[in-house]
Design a protein around this ligand. Structure first.
Ligand code: OGA
Ligand code: NI
Length: 334
């Protein structure tokens, strides 16, 4: 298992070569497929603006047009973010044997744990990234066995981040509801209210000798309702709009919000689940911390009843979230 970690492959590759499995097809290679020099990017929204209607409108517009936006002045203190990032980075800097103590249990049932290669890809292709997954909310959904004991402040720093994250989650669901003409509590209820789970993933992208040929995370949409991501200061996230790939500008302390599949479904297609991917760099380690807001596996999610009628028939099936994920991960049509 250990030898499969991208972090180990990265530290044992020489010169300008990478294993064949990491070389993307020409349709995917970032050096050929990224748009440069066009001043178009995902919107940046200051959520501390006293004009709430304006914020709601900007969020709804961004969710329709891009399915992604960044928020600034969101109320999570800079020190809280940097401590949370510091402990995550420190975990990946531990000796390999210690990281392996948190490896996903064999059998592939658990998403939680330390690992590499999430989805089976066509032709056995691989992304240049390792990860650690564990739930951080609500308390009954947490499995502390997947929370690193080292560094010692890991737990405290994560708990502190979650404490502030609630405010951002509430605000987003309210704005997204109002943007669809719903009452402010309705989308939150539709994803399970207080049972909504926060699943943290830490992506660790080591330096890559051929960033022109490889990708970190391959193009995908997130399965959850909404993703709240904080990156380190190394550029790498890209969003797709109308078939073109745009870099998402790094802004210190900003949170990158992704509309996920369940939100596209709930909104009956008004909001767009953003197609996104990540690139890697030659000499820097990129790290990102997405938190996926997930309905519980047994909760059925479909277009919100208030958004469908004879003129607007449902465009998506209503389906248990667990079944949705199973189909998506195994490439079975929904
Ligand atoms: C993901 C993802 C983006 C990033 O892990 O689903 O899209 O910036 N990550 O690392
Ligand atoms: Ni993603």
């Amino acid at each position: 298992m250990e030898s499969e970690r991208v972090q180990n492959i990265a530290s044992s590759t020489f010169e300008d070569t990478i294993p064949e499995a990491f070389i993307r097809s020409e349709q995917e290679q970032p050096a050929i497929t990224t748009v440069h020099g066009i001043d178009l990017g995902v919107p940046v929204i200051d959520v501390s603006d006293p004009d709430e209607e304006k914020i709601n409108r900007l969020i709804a517009d961004a969710s329709r047009e891009w399915g992604m936006f960044q928020i600034v002045n969101h109320g999570i203190p800079s020190e809280v973010i940097s401590k949370f990032q510091g402990v995550g980075r420190a975990f990946f800097e531990l000796p390999q044997e210690e990281k392996e103590l948190y490896a996903k249990p064999p059998g592939g049932k658990s998403i939680e744990g330390y690992g590499t290669f999430l989805q089976k890809e066509i032709e056995g292709k691989k992304g240049w990234v390792d990860h650690l997954f564990h739930r951080i909310w609500p308390p009954p959904a947490i499995n502390y066995q997947f929370w690193p004991k080292n560094p010692p402040l890991y737990r405290e720093a994560n708990e502190e981040y979650v404490k502030y994250l609630h405010g951002v989650v509430d605000k987003l669901f309210k704005s997204l509801s109002l943007g669809l003409g719903l009452e402010e509590h309705e989308l939150r209820e539709a994803v399970g209210g207080d049972e909504l789970a926060y699943l943290l993933k830490i992506n660790y992208y080591p330096p890559c000798p051929r960033p022109d040929l490889a990708l970190g995370v391959v193009a995908h949409t997130d399965m959850c309702s909404v993703t709240i991501l904080v990156p380190n200061d190394v550029q790498g996230l890209q969003a797709c709009r109308d078939g073109d790939w745009y870099c998402v500008r790094y802004i210190p302390d900003a949170l990158v919000i992704h509309i996920g599949d369940q939100m596209e479904i709930l909104s009956n297609g008004k909001y767009k689940s953003v197609f996104h991917r990540t690139t890697v760099t030659k000499d820097k380690t990129r790290i990102s911390w997405p938190v996926f807001l997930e309905p519980s596996p047994d909760l059925a999610v479909g277009p919100h009843p208030k958004l469908v009628n004879e003129k607007n028939p449902p465009k998506y099936k209503t389906k248990k979230y667990g079944d949705y994920c199973y189909c998506k991960l195994n490439k079975i049509p929904q």
